[in-house]
Design a protein around this ligand. Sequence first.
Ligand code: ASP
Length: 439
Amino acid sequence: MKKVVKFGGSSLANAQQFMKVGDIIRKDDARRYVVPSAPGKRYAEDVKVTDMLYQCYAKAEAGEAFDELLNRIKSRYEEIIGGLGLELSLDGEFAKIREMFENKAGTDYAASRGEYLNGIVMAAYLGFEFVDAADVIFFDKNGALDEEKTNRAIGKRLKSAEYAVIPGFYGSMPDGKIKTFSRGGSDITGSLVAKAIQADLYENWTDVPGFLIADPRIINNPEVIESITYKELRELAYMGATVLHEDAIFPVRKEGIPINIRDTNDPDQAGTMIVESTCRRPKYTITGIAGKKGFVSMNIDKAMMNSEIGFGRKVLGVFEENGLSFEHMPSGIDTMTVFVHADEFEPKEQQVIAGIHRAVHPDSVDLESDLALIAVVGRGMKSTRGTAGRIFSALAHARVNVKMIDQGSSELNIIIGVSNSEFERAIQAIYDIFVTARL
Ligand code: ASP
């Protein structure tokens, strides 16, 4: 058994957190490859080391004094090293970083030092080998990940390392310069390592009990999803539910390696399993609910639209010409509705309306704003009768007016459009009918 274990920043924010992580790793011999983030927040108002590094480098780049801030970053690591009782000095590393900052080594180099240093500390603490991500994760000259080269390099390098720490978040460009992924990118590193070594499991340890059925800012104490498929996860993540970096699922998904989201502060809980497919029945008919506010719908009316070949293409062509992507497009006999993101659409609305008039000569074009979309997602819906019925009667009882319904033929999700002001109430009603009432 081989497991890759990735720990997020809050799991490594101080020495106490490091000790919890150490216990987790030592408890299971299969936890052989560790991918750490940079130290995160120790308390709500604290600043993540990655953010401190960005700030520090901005000063260096502007030619301002940055020593004080760099020293504060250094003391974050010293606090961890001291708390763990390690014989480790980062003086040499910080002298090098200081010099590189003075020589304007780049924002990405600066940000990457958070995980680089944490990797060194983690390797010393665990007695594992340290493998610099710059030597095994590669980007091409356009800045895109070079998956092939990376996969080969990790596989080859880790063949000779039975237990290793590989810092998350960065790799190197063809010219050797450091480049980072987007924020939260250590999740991607973990996934790449899991793929390359053909891990049995990719454990992603964080500060939440798993993927939640609904947003805890809306639902009080929502239940954890026990198992979710990659497809369901994509649907929910697209609608705003996030635990993992979006790009982290692709490398392992291609290999059929499951991801297990776990809570460092509650390691006995099973967390959420993210899998390609499973015959295990979900606990409830629905797997999760997610949604977003801030949509606009455009209603286009034209008598006899249904028999006009090419109508839809011409309408969508106008959106395309204006660089707008659309979210959903329910249609009636003589009407077609297009949902778009309000913030992208607003600056271009008059161009789009004029474009539609020119392209299809509609009878009328109406806009409705302040709309929210809610996705009710679940592989269990396919085999259950009456799911839609239950959703809509729950919404009716909660006095929510449904403005749009869209169910794909995959039967994996039902998308519901409501007004922004009824968004929270709608989610509560759907959660209650499936989870609280255990239907
Ligand atoms: N430390 C980086 C960030 O704050 C990357 C990560 O945590 O995954 O975004």
